[in-house]
Design a protein around this ligand. Sequence first.
Ligand code: AMP
Ligand code: TRP
Length: 330
Amino acid sequence: MERVFSGIKPSGELHLGNYLGAIRNFVDLQNTAECIFSVVDLHALTVPQEPDDLHRRTLDIARLYVACGIDPAKATIFVQSHVSAHAELGWLLGCFTYFGELRRMTQFKEKSEGQVNVSSGLFTYPVLMAADILLYNADKVPVGEDQKQHLELTRDIAQRINNRFGEIFKVPEPYIPPKSAGGRIMSLDDPLRKMGKSEDPKGTIALLDPPDVIAKKIRSAVTDSGREVYYDEENKPAISNLMVIYSLCSGESLESIADRYGSTGYGVFKKDLADVVISALEPIQKRYQELTEPGRIEAVLEEGRRKAAAIADETLRTFQEKLGIVVPKA
Ligand code: AMP
Ligand code: TRP
């Protein structure tokens, strides 16, 4: 059976981009592959976090994983920092990653631009991500398009180490939907910027936004000039983005949406889009509200920690031995 690994940072509220670009695929893959999904808290710490928020969001993301349909009986769900092998392998991989490679990462360039104090954790972020993936010898990594460059670096690091020490790490394949299928959901406020966690509440639909808030955000979403509804990423970026959201939330194809709303104008289309998004999120919000049994999520995470650690510790030990590290007896 193939193995799948992915993770989400508890650095803000989960949004429709996270769901359509990544979590939706996690849910599909759990039926055909051995899936491991992490709440990557150590990655969130690469930028300043309020301790209370980090704590709450870490548990919240685990709860939302389950609410979105990830079944803890099928998939492993755990918190990254609970398995210390992530930080340990991160260090070792950093010794095989070049400064120049990290300096080229566009996410680092974007997030550090204009900041006075940039942590070295933000710089080495992709090395920790490589450790996450390589510890589990994952075959596939479902993520949004913004993670493509990090996955390429992960593959380069794995290949470099395998060339030097023999086949130690599985070289993972990205699993990234094209933009027209959710790989890059754009902000409702600015269709040239991706929908993101914190900076842009008006342009971002959070998975737990109440229906009236969702309707209002969609009503005020930026549109393109003209009034026809059709898919054209270049010339109609705003409408194309709304069409992708409509299509993924309803299951209807882009062609069929264009046929139906082609000439009705944006108003009717947006009104129906709000209904479609609200209906798609309703079962997730309902399950989330039901997951209140004390200790339930903590128990899922403890079981996940045990399963994840068993795999990760073994990979780490094998690599340590190859490197010549004197590994203590267990
Ligand atoms: P993050 O919120 O950065 O931890 O991202 C978690 C997952 O959601 C990653 O796989 C991202 O690639 C994906 N993701 C984040 N934002 C978007 C977006 N606007 N469109 C599609 N996927 C996204
Ligand atoms: N860097 C990813 C993001 O920002 C999160 C992440 C960390 C991740 N480790 C991972 C994704 C391992 C996939 C696999 O979205």
